[in-house]
Ligand binder design. Structure first.
Ligand SMILES: NC(=O)c1ccc[n+]([C@@H]2O[C@H](COP(=O)([O-])OP(=O)(O)OC[C@H]3O[C@@H](n4cnc5c(N)ncnc54)[C@H](OP(=O)(O)O)[C@@H]3O)[C@@H](O)[C@H]2O)c1
Length: 327
């Protein structure tokens, strides 16, 4: 298996691959890492369903992708992950016309939003980033299982390190709201979901990964106020101090990645061979997360590899979306 690093780009990791015939669906594909993943995969021949939360966003992204990849096969789809009825409407229609597909990239996300609730009454980050993707994947799972080497890649983040999931007060009914804690909970949920999906499906049926893409300047930061930025800098400084105290050295100073390098790990997870032994893993910089390292150096917190928590989150999610996951 080739090895890649933090500077490897989508085009590097896909170089030489022929993805013709591979059917991919990407959420949040009208911007940032999702759009770059769509471009790079389509450029190697994959057919890509470009999901966005409005018809206009989806169509305009497909228009841009057609210019970037002449002859590429991209088609639009509309799904609002903050509205369970929108997910049901999209999957009902899509499954009417399609029997199977191969790769789902659960990429869409919101970060550090002010307190608000989704249409169905869930805290927006948990509801959008986790529950929306949980229901979308559940509804598409039978079609994925009919696919060829099916994979589900779910975007997590080093931001998971801010908070474990709260299986009791997921809506901050009694806990004071903190935008970073809510993001951390949702990104821990993404990693636990990926792990439990892998465990339930088994490597012979489906591969499932979570991904930390690195730090990339995208529209994700649209809700950041000066206070939230300062909080984030403090969090990262505290993590660096803790890493040093734990004898992990100062590590590399933080630097942003390009969008092309940021999206590399998710397209790598979607296509690389030889990953069955890593099923369920948290990935970063085109490789497995590093046990014991700081989250900012591709490490991860123990709670995202806790199988008991992963199972309980799964059961809670089924209850909250009022639907059983067919795996
Ligand atoms: N950028 C980073 O440094 C970084 C670091 C760690 C993890 N991540 C993760 O990477 C993923 C991609 O983020 P990005 O950096 O590419 O940010 P981005 O450019 O803001 O992309 C996020 C996408 O999600 C879509 N989205 C948001 N709410 C949605 C909803 N309710 N229904 C459907 N789509 C929705 C957005 O659509 P609209 O534009 O229409 O709102 C947008 O296209 C996220 O899951 C994020 O948590 C990013």
């Amino acid at each position: 298996m080739a090895t890649w690093d933090r500077n490897s780009t989508t085009d590097d990791v896909l170089a030489g691959l022929d993805l013709s015939g591979r059917r991919v669906m990407i959420t949040g594909a009208a911007s940032g890492l999702g759009k770059e993943s769509a471009r790079a995969l389509a450029a190697r021949g994959a057919s890509v369903t470009v999901l966005a939360r409005s018809e206009e966003r989806a169509r305009s992204a497909v228009g841009e992708l057609e210019e970037l990849v002449p002859g590429g096969r991209c088609s639009p789809g509309v799904v609002d992950l903050a509205d369970l009825s929108s997910i049901r409407a999209f999957t009902d229609t899509w499954l009417d016309g399609h029997d199977a597909f191969d790769v789902l990239i659960n990429n869409a996300g919101v970060m550090a939003t002010p307190y608000s609730l989704t249409v169905d009454g869930f805290e927006t980050q948990f509801g959008t980033n986790h529950l929306g993707h949980f229901l979308l994947t559940a509804r598409l799972a039978p079609a994925l299982l009919r696919g060829d080497d099916p994979r589900v890649v779910t975007l997590s983040s080093a931001g998971h390190a801010r908070a474990d999931v709260d299986l009791v007060d997921w809506n901050f009914a009694t806990t004071p709201y903190d935008a970073w804690v809510a993001y951390g909970r949702s990104k821990s949920a993404n990693a636990l979901f990926a792990r439990e999906l892998a465990r339930r499906a088994g490597s012979d049926r489906l591969l499932s990964f979570s991904v930390h893409p690195g730090g990339i300047i995208t529209d994700l930061g649209r809700h950041l106020t000066e206070d939230l930025m300062n909080d984030m800098m403090r969090m990262m400084a505290d993590r660096a101090t803790a890493a040093e105290a734990a004898g992990q050295g100062p590590g590399e100073p933080f630097s942003f990645k390009s969008v092309q390098a940021g999206a590399a790990t998710q397209v790598w997870a979607a296509t690389a061979t030889g990953l069955a032994g890593q099923n369920g893993a948290y990935l970063a910089d085109c490789g497995p997360g590093v046990p014991g390292a700081s989250p900012d150096a591709n490490g991860f917190e123990s709670w995202i590899v806790d199988d008991g928590r992963a199972r309980r989150l799964w059961e809670l999610s089924e209850e909250l979306v009022s639907e059983a996951f067919p795996i």
